[in-house]
Design a protein around this ligand. Structure first.
Ligand SMILES: [Fe+2]
Ligand SMILES: [Fe+2]
Length: 270
């Protein structure tokens, strides 16, 4: 693993042969915003990072290859840290094509991007030169329009905001930060809906990743089982409590609710 730029704003580190983590520290979040550069005959960028980080990201990529030769840009969901710099990349990488979920392409990127965006479906194999990226549809796991990817040669899973952690210095960690990851996820995004989350965890785990490469924090190596377990437990614990909580509430008659009330962000008092 080579870290080419620990002293600059955007670091680039090779985390597996030909796969580089781009890491821009974002102070408000106390974490990195990560993109991933995949080298080869068809260089691929997974997530562009924010527009405000574009120059640094471009220069970091240039330490590995000519960024204007990028062939594919894959957007994991539509948010500023995932695709804020997309149009800057498209302007300077004339052969780059953008791929995203059908939802992100149709609802957001078709208007946002300066060139057409191709939507990819669940299970689709994206051929990027000698690499294949398998798409895992991940709606409502953090983002309603999300996908994740598994690079089939190295079995690295690119998981977007799932498995995120704070900090930015270590390109790869092997120690167990699963509790911290779940805590941060729930602080930022709330509790993910159980069924989509369990489904995505099943799919990611079944692909037997060697590394989990999230959009924030370090790439995770070693025993990854605690991460799957911690995320599963984070929703199954709530599900187990739900019938208990419902059983302790006084039952309301139907006509008590004649006029609908708006949902409240504060705790229910009845
Ligand atoms: Fe996100
Ligand atoms: Fe993110």
């Amino acid at each position: 693993m080579a870290d080419h730029a620990t002293d600059r704003r955007t670091a680039i580190a090779e985390v597996a042969p030909g796969i580089h983590r781009l890491s821009s520290y974002h102070e408000p979040w106390r974490s990195s915003i990560n993109g991933y550069l995949l080298t080869g005959t068809e260089p691929t960028l997974i997530s562009t990072g924010m527009r405000s980080h574009f120059d640094d990201t471009w220069n970091a990529i240039a330490r590995v290859l000519d960024p204007s030769t990028l062939r594919w840009i894959v957007i994991l969901h539509f948010e500023a840290d995932e695709c804020g710099a997309l149009n800057e990349f498209l302007a300077r990488a004339p052969h780059a094509e953008t791929l995203a979920s059908m939802r992100a392409a149709m609802a957001s990127l078709a208007d946002f991007a300066v060139r057409p965006v191709r939507g990819v479906g669940d299970g689709e194999a994206i051929a990027a030169g000698e690499r294949t990226l398998r798409v895992i549809d991940a709606p409502y796991v953090h983002a309603w329009d999300g996908i994740m990817l598994v690079e089939e040669r190295t079995q690295i899973a690119f998981t977007g905001d799932l498995f995120l952690q704070p900090g930015h210095v270590d390109a790869i960690i092997r120690d167990d930060r699963s509790s911290l990851s779940v805590q941060l996820y729930r602080t930022f995004y709330g509790t993910p809906p159980e069924v989509p989350l369990q489904r995505v965890l099943d799919r990611v785990e079944a692909s037997a990743p060697t590394l989990l490469a999230p959009g924030h924090g370090s790439v995770l190596a070693g025993n990854l089982a605690p991460y799957y377990r911690a995320y599963r437990q984070s929703v199954s614990a709530l599900a187990a409590l739900r019938p208990l909580a419902e059983g302790t509430r006084p039952r309301r008659r139907v006509d008590d609710d004649a006029s609908p009330r708006p949902p409240s962000l504060s705790r229910e008092r009845d």
